[in-house]
Design a protein. Structure first.
Length: 317
């Protein structure tokens, strides 16, 4: 018998199954705009049988690390650790220091606060602290931070969405003591199901995270896909331009429908509306899923539709 868990699920995008239960339809018939995942993902490479049947070898990890170092311009004294998604790293970061106070400015991605609280840290929005988390750019409002904001003994800079604005990256801080840069492969490259993320930091921190993660934490297919995608700078450049155009197109649609732009990135847009729950329900009747937030009755967040979804969204609005 599987164990039961009383803890309520944390608030995230997705949740198509619940939307289907409430509004009908099938998963294939829904347009999910509740996440910030690129709707036109990087094309998967051709996998070899060994990618699936063999434990990943050191050469595969080295190839991925070399591609990542070049793509993100990682400082020479910093090291990199691949992991099965940035969330796997977020859960382990609070163990790197004795529990104390961690400053997390809200609203932001809620897994950071949950991870620190689960390991005995006091989460605070301001004031003196031993650790700080900066989601850069922030989810959901797109706020960007500066290197002066990362001034605590343990500073976590979550750059899961920063690949749309590489010039604003703070990865050059990764060789500073106590500073950890997180990267996510699922957002910009649109392959969230691949489960690939990275921590970039000084060697001592990476060694400790590697001990917590264990061996072979990343699959062979993820290693191959990540290395190929990170070397494909032409795809990245073209994708940034397309995302910028599509974000502007989404803004035009929503503002014509009466929403006010609040912020976001070129992967997701945050709007202020009179009643976010009503907007979500109206879109759901057309089997379009959006994101609203328990802390604001006015925030509505939308990801970008795929090419085939624009007319459908416009009709629903």
């Amino acid at each position: 018998m599987s164990p039961t868990h009383s803890r309520a699920p944390r608030d995230h995008g997705g949740g198509i199954d619940a939307a289907i239960a409430a509004h009908g339809g099938t998963r294939a018939g829904w347009l999910d705009l509740s996440t910030g995942i690129n709707p036109e993902p990087y094309p998967l490479p051709a996998f070899s049988p060994e990618d699936w049947t063999a434990l990943p070898d050191h050469a595969a990890f080295a190839e991925l690390e070399a591609a990542a170092r070049q793509f993100w311009q990682i400082p020479g004294d910093a090291r990199l650790l691949p992991a099965p998604g940035a969330s796997a790293l977020i859960a382990r970061l609070p163990a790197l220091a004795p529990a104390g106070r961690v400053q997390i400015t809200t609203p932001t991605y809620n897994e950071h606060a949950a991870a620190f609280a689960a390991q005995g840290w006091q989460v605070t929005g301001s004031g003196p602290s031993e650790a700080r988390v900066l989601v850069h750019p922030n989810n959901p409002d797109g706020r960007v931070w500066t290197e002066g904001d990362a001034s605590t003994p343990l500073s976590v800079i979550d750059e899961s969405f920063c690949d749309v604005m590489p010039s604003r990256s703070l990865v050059h801080l990764a060789d500073q003591p106590g500073t950890i840069i997180l990267k996510s492969f699922g957002k910009f490259w649109g392959l969230a199901g691949l489960r690939l993320g990275f921590a970039i930091a000084e060697p001592e921190i990476i060694d400790r995270l590697a001990d917590l993660a264990g061996p072979w934490a990343v699959s062979g297919p993820a290693l191959r896909t990540g290395a190929q995608a990170l070397r494909d700078t032409d795809w990245a450049t073209q994708t940034r331009a397309r995302l910028t155009r599509d974000a502007a197109r989404l803004d035009r649609l929503l503002t014509r429908a009466g929403a006010e732009l609040e912020g976001g990135t070129s992967l997701f847009r945050l709007y202020r509306v009179n009643d976010a729950a009503t907007w979500q329900q109206r879109l759901a009747k057309a089997h379009i899923w959006s994101r609203i937030f328990p802390y604001s009755p006015h925030y509505l967040r939308l990801g970008l539709p795929p090419a085939s979804g624009w007319e459908r969204l416009e009709a629903a609005l």
